[in-house]
Ligand binder design. Structure first.
Ligand SMILES: *Cc1c(COP(=O)(O)O)cnc(C)c1O
Length: 380
């Protein structure tokens, strides 16, 4: 049928990818998928066609969910708009109104806000306890507890979770377990293989790796991920196709990036441990044979002037995130842990001189020099 101009501008030729064979998955930047006739449409509901509407599913978000599931040794995965919404999807897949969660007290600040301030509105109760003490975990479990939540390596003090212990307690009390594996990444630690039910990532961090995308992924068994997908669809917390594509691109270099990140972090932690301007270095002694991660926190309270320290960091910038290829610093007291009650900050060690360093992939000598200089200049 001949089209007039206004119709032509709208109906561009659709370059479907069927015979293109591109090396990399194309970006399916589309909000919906087309159907040739009503039978074709029915095929979607019969499970014979994969895609209907991007909020429900999209090839790029599926590629990301499946990629992380494979890296974590899990059966299925779902990509979401952020790490936070991946955590929410995991919670909503396992816990209902009137039920209870036992969570570690030293979790990511944003997760604390979600669990402590938002879920209460849905009548989901959370007890925060010290997971380094098994008795505290067991004592917090109630008849309506459904989920145990923690992180494989915590932020910003790098406590390494005893995942076997979390799994043992969860199985004993027939609870779900969920672990945030953002800091360790599956390069270093694979909680699903230790029996954890759900593993969650802020893919904004190491999986994406280049600080250009906000995304999240939740992995687990088919049944739980299917439940989580329904929540993602109905709460509208799906990831955009382009952001899924960027995250997938990042994952391709995860191993080489992590190898360098980890090597540099170990070198920086070793160098700062012996420096008289540093009261304490937080860096795990052992996470796995692949290394101990790439976040190093230092406490300079009482030894250095904190403001001068941050001003003296030359090329290292203050950026309240982590896991990019560049070395950056953040200040937990006024950013990630700002919302925590003062007693909790004190208990955890979120002090006035605590600095979290996200060690990048630059030359290790340059990184060490930048920090040693800043400490020397701010020594008091
Ligand atoms: C950043 C982060 C989150 C939150 O992820 P967003 O992508 O910012 O929503 C959750 N957990 C940890 C450990 C994080 O570092």
């Amino acid at each position: 049928m001949k089209k007039n101009f206004d119709t032509k501008t709208v109906h561009l030729s659709n370059k479907d990818t069927k015979n293109v064979d591109s090396k990399v998955t194309p970006i399916y930047q589309t909000s919906a998928f087309k159907f040739n006739d009503l039978e074709d449409l029915e095929n979607f509901y019969q499970g014979k066609k994969d895609y209907l509407y991007t909020r429900v599913g999209n090839p790029n978000t599926d590629e990301l969910g499946q990629a992380v599931a494979q890296l974590e040794g899990a059966h299925a995965g779902v990509a979401t708009s952020s790490g936070t919404s991946a955590i929410l999807a995991g919670v909503l897949a396992t816990v209902k109104s009137g039920e209870h969660i036992v969570a570690s007290i030293d979790i990511y600040g944003g997760t604390y806000q979600l669990l402590a301030n938002e879920l209460t509105d849905f009548n989901i109760e959370v007890s925060f306890v010290d997971f380094s003490n098994t008795d505290e975990i067991e004592n917090a479990i109630k008849p309506n507890t459904k989920l145990i939540y923690s992180e494989s390596v915590t932020n910003p003090l790098l406590r390494v979770e005893d995942i076997d212990q979390v799994v043992t307690i969860a199985k004993k009390h027939q609870l779900y377990s969920m672990i945030d594996n953002t800091f360790a990444t599956p390069y270093i630690c694979v909680p699903y293989e230790q029996g954890v039910d759900l593993v969650v990532h802020s893919a904004t961090k190491y999986l994406g790796g280049h600080s250009d995308v906000t995304s999240g992924v939740l992995v687990g068994n088919e049944a739980l991920i299917q439940k989580a997908k329904v929540k993602v669809t109905n709460f509208g917390t799906n990831l955009s196709p382009f952001d899924a594509w960027l995250t997938c691109r990042g994952i391709k270099t995860l191993s080489v990036r992590m190898e360098r990140h980890v090597k540099n972090a170990q070198a920086l932690a070793d160098a700062l441990r012996s420096h008289p301007g540093v009261a304490k270095v937080y860096y795990p002694a052992y996470v796995s044979e692949k290394g101990n991660g790439a976040i190093v926190s230092v406490d300079i309270t009482g030894l250095c002037d904190v403001k001068t320290f941050f001003k003296s960091l030359s090329w290292v910038k203050i950026i309240p995130t982590l896991a990019g290829v560049e070395t950056t610093v953040s200040y937990p007291l006024t950013t990630s842990h700002r919302a925590l009650p003062k007693e909790a900050q004190d208990k955890l060690g979120i002090t006035e001189g605590l600095v979290r360093i996200s060690v990048g992939i630059e030359d290790a000598t340059d990184i060490i020099e930048a920090f040693v200089n800043a400490i020397n200049e701010s020594l008091q």
